[in-house]
Ligand binder design. Structure first.
Ligand code: OXD
Ligand code: MN
Length: 580
């Protein structure tokens, strides 16, 4: 139990409403974890994988209708609709609470109600924030244990500070018709019903660390972002930390743990985080960042020895796999892993390539960050790491160059707000459609984007030494539909250019859309990318950018009166420069 009266009362109210058979307060201990795993092996929620080759690894098969986030069922419930903005679905908080009450009524009968106290961020960090998730899913508990600092230490902090986000979750009947993910930012509360999928059910992740935290961050003067944090150490032992926003399933995990190409002897890459970054100005005027998470919930397909060997190494033991295939000797398998042949697909059916992939395209691994060979112990640093550069990147086949530098913080905010990407399998819906995804936060910003951009712009008054902002695009294709840039570990070459630029060692050429590198300053030794391709990757086509600018203008104007004037002023400058 707990000494916190608010928590005690809330647990009582929820148990009266949901009527569980038992209540279990999670401590996070190994013994508790073992018992949960044993219970799930009995019910079939967990399937034991080969314990010789993959000790401590288990497979979970989710309901086939429950394999991704559900943006069309995800709501921001603020008292005023305008506060949620055109970027969110909105529901009146009273109506949402009434609907959720009906769904939650009696839903835990015969089940155990787990109380999960958790801390997002290092347990002793002033930048961290705590929450309590109530759930009836032991799968959620096992995942939260890997993804957050969960259990007794978190409860102790909550009791000391008296502050926590309330998250209520039930898998319900896993009925897509009875599924909602509701956020009540004004009450610092989340309610999620009817889904067991990570982004909908592990409430510490998208619901708390992005949607609720972004709202809190605005009120308190910090930033909660959908960004990886990576440290790049040069052979002289100097490390620069870069925060990078990329839409879901666009390679954040790969970039966060990349292995530099052979030409980069003496360079090291340190992983601080692969998905979420909380930043605030430090006393030195720089932005300091923590990764609120403690684990990776990574996309499995495409993770292989050539794309992400560090992730592959991380998941050899003590990992949870969701919706992957299985080989004849009971090892987890997904497309892109290796040359093994799966025998069972993600639904537990005999694998038949004619029917579909062995692993669901959004199948996942969950693993503690500490298992990663490139894990940075700075992930536990009380005040985080200082950020040297912010990088925005979309998935664009055409137009957008490999890398460019914003002209100023304000122009960088415009670059972030203009981000667009082709959709991926991380959300239910069509794949490959271009949509605007400002700062990669479209599904995750807990309030009106217009106010969010105003908040970003306000940082010129909050911090005296803001990091420069860059935009990258790893996904350009040529006329034959082939990727023009090798990506993965070779993205190091672009990060090196960014760092050299910050240090004043290389210049960029000012253009209407931003500072462009000289192609020869990007190290391509050992690559078969020729000069013509490099030039094409860095080319600026004014007419195409004028068309793009008009689309950006139309998108931004959709935010109406609340859109900060500065955004249009920045866009006008770009357009004027493009015309000359
Ligand atoms: C994720 C996502 O799971 O962005 O990280 O969907
Ligand atoms: Mn993500």
């Amino acid at each position: 139990m707990t000494s916190n009266a608010i928590l005690k009362q809330w647990i009582n109210e929820v148990s009266e409403l949901t009527q569980p058979e038992n209540i279990h307060w999670c401590t996070g201990s190994d013994e508790e974890n073992r018992q949960l795993i044993d219970g799930m092996l009995e019910t079939g929620e967990f399937i034991e994988l080969n314990q010789q080759t993959n000790p401590g690894c288990y497979l979970h098969r989710s309901d086939p209708s429950d394999v991704a986030r559900v943006e069309h069922l995800t709501f921001i419930c603020t008292s005023k609709k305008e506060d949620a903005g055109p970027n969110n679905l909105w529901m009146d908080p009273d109506e949402a609470k009434a609907r959720m009450r009906d769904l939650f009524e009696g839903c835990m009968q015969g089940r155990t109600l787990y109380v999960i106290p958790y801390c997002m961020g290092p347990i002793d960090s002033p930048l961290s924030r705590c929450g309590v998730e109530i759930t009836d899913s032991p799968y959620v508990v096992a995942n939260m244990r890997l993804m957050t600092r969960m259990g007794s230490d978190a409860l102790a902090r909550i009791e000391r500070e008296g502050m926590f986000i309330k998250g209520l979750h039930s898998i319900g009947e896993l009925d897509p018709e009875r599924r909602f993910i509701m956020h009540f930012p004004e009450d610092l509360m989340i309610q999620s019903f009817g889904s067991g999928y990570g982004g909908n059910a592990l409430l510490g992740k998208k619901c708390h660390a992005l949607r609720i935290a972004s709202y809190q961050a605005r009120t308190e003067g910090w930033l909660a972002e959908h960004m990886l944090i990576v440290g790049i150490e040069n052979p002289q032992g100097e490390t620069h930390y870069i925060a990078g926003a990329f839409p879901s399933a666009c390679g954040k995990t790969n970039l966060a743990m990349l292995i530099p190409p052979a030409e980069y002897e003496g360079w090291k890459v340190w992983t601080v985080g692969d998905d979420i970054c909380w930043m605030q100005p430090g006393e030195d005027g720089r932005l300091w960042a923590i990764n609120p998470e403690a684990g990776f919930f990574g996309v499995a397909p495409g993770t292989g020895a050539s794309t992400n060997p560090n992730a592959l190494e991380s998941v050899k033991s003590n990992s949870i796999f969701t919706n992957v295939g299985v080989t004849a000797d009971n090892q987890p398998w997904w497309e892109g892993k290796d040359d093994d042949v799966p025998v069972t697909d993600w639904r537990g059916k005999p694998y038949d390539p004619e029917v579909g992939p062995a692993a669901h395209p959004n199948s996942r691994f969950t693993v503690s960050m500490k298992k990663c060979p490139s894990y940075s112990d700075k992930a536990e640093a009380k005040f985080g790491v200082p950020i040297s550069a912010i990088v925005f990147g979309g998935r664009r086949e055409r137009l957008v160059p490999l890398v460019m530098k914003s002209k100023s913080w304000e122009h960088g905010v415009l670059l972030g707000a203009s981000m667009a990407s082709e959709t991926t399998a991380a959300n239910i819906g069509a794949v490959g459609v271009v949509r605007r995804d400002p700062m990669a936060m479209k599904p995750f910003c807990g309030y009106n984007f217009a106010d969010y951009w105003a908040h970003w712009l306000s940082f010129t008054d909050r911090a005296s030494n803001l990091p420069p902002i860059f935009h990258v695009n790893w996904f350009r294709k040529d006329g034959e539909g082939k990727f023009m840039w090798p990506g993965f570990g070779d993205n190091m070459r672009v990060l090196e250019w960014i760092i050299s630029h910050i240090k004043g060692e290389v210049d960029s050429t000012p253009t209407a859309i931003g500072g462009m590198p000289n192609a020869s300053d990007i190290n391509t030794s050992g690559l078969d990318t020729d000069d013509a391709t490099m030039n094409a990757l860095l080319e600026v086509d004014p007419q195409a950018w004028l068309d793009e600018s008009e689309q950006i203008r139309e998108y931004l104007e959709g935010y109406g009166d609340r859109l900060p004037d500065q955004m249009i002023a920045e866009l006008d400058k770009v357009v004027a420069d493009l015309k000359t």
